[in-house]
Design a protein around this ligand. Structure first.
Ligand code: C5P
Length: 223
């Protein structure tokens, strides 16, 4: 198979998935949103009434549920045991509980295995928190995308409105984003951290197209 592995990591709402999708399209690579996978496990746990501190139960659930995407789906729909959950996993309740689920080592082990499986396909753009550091440590292109918390909250606010998702206020969103970053950065297993060989990209003042162009140039130089 042609193509290389492109790892895009960074804090919440830095624009990773928007950009990763467009980069994947440009190179005709598969796109994998690993955050969506942790969100699906969180949704399944909430649906089943499992408490967020039920580590063993959540780990078992992570191994049982079937998380699926359709390759090349332009809408990037996400399925939990065959049922579409694309919008359901973007609710505030998931935002506020997903970091606890993602901190469970056995959950990470299972998701990491599945992600490595998906990356076997060849050309892939995978976004998340630990792709360059843990999931695909040999990826030839690693990007660490950052932006100020204020700008990230603003983007999330606009996105929620556009998608018709009930949204908290801008100030609340910024607080939630900072809290989630702090949890993701301080967990013991695969915390959010810039891999030593990753290229840091501050997108605060860049447009989506500018970011896509920058990453595309980096990929072309690596091919
Ligand atoms: O990228 P997104 O904001 O959808 O990710 C949701 C959550 O999933 C993150 O806040 C983090 O707790 C977790 N996550 C992770 N490792 C990844 C991707 C996401 O821990 N590779």
């Amino acid at each position: 198979q042609n193509g290389i592995q492109v790892a895009i990591d960074g804090p919440a709402s830095a624009g990773k998935s928007t950009v990763a999708k467009l980069v994947a399209k440009r190179f005709n690579y598969v796109y994998c949103d690993t955050g969506a996978m942790y969100r699906v496990v969180t949704l399944a746990a909430l649906q089943q009434g499992i408490a967020m501190d039920g580590t063993k139960q959540i780990a078992d659930l992570a191994r049982q549920v079937k998380i699926s995407f359709k390759p090349g789906d332009p809408e990037q729909r996400v399925f939990l045991n065959g049922e579409e959950v694309t919008t359901a996993i973007r609710q505030g309740e998931i935002d506020n509980n997903v970091s606890a689920v993602a901190a469970i080592p056995a959950v990470r082990q299972e998701m990491t295995n599945q992600q490595r499986q998906i990356a076997q396909t060849g050309g892939i753009v995978m976004d998340g928190r630990d792709i360059g550091s843990t999931v695909l440590p040999n990826a030839p292109v690693k990007i660490f995308m950052v932006a100020t918390a204020h700008e990230r909250a603003r983007r999330r606010y606009v996105e929620n409105k556009e998608k018709g998702i009930a949204t908290a206020s801008l100030a609340e969103l910024q607080h939630e984003i900072e809290l989630r970053d702090q949890k993701d950065s301080s967990r013991k297993v695969s915390p959010l951290v810039q891999a030593p060989d990753a290229i840091r990209l501050d997108t605060t003042k860049l447009t989506i197209d500018e970011v896509v162009d920058k990453i595309s140039d980096i990929i072309k130089k690596t091919l």
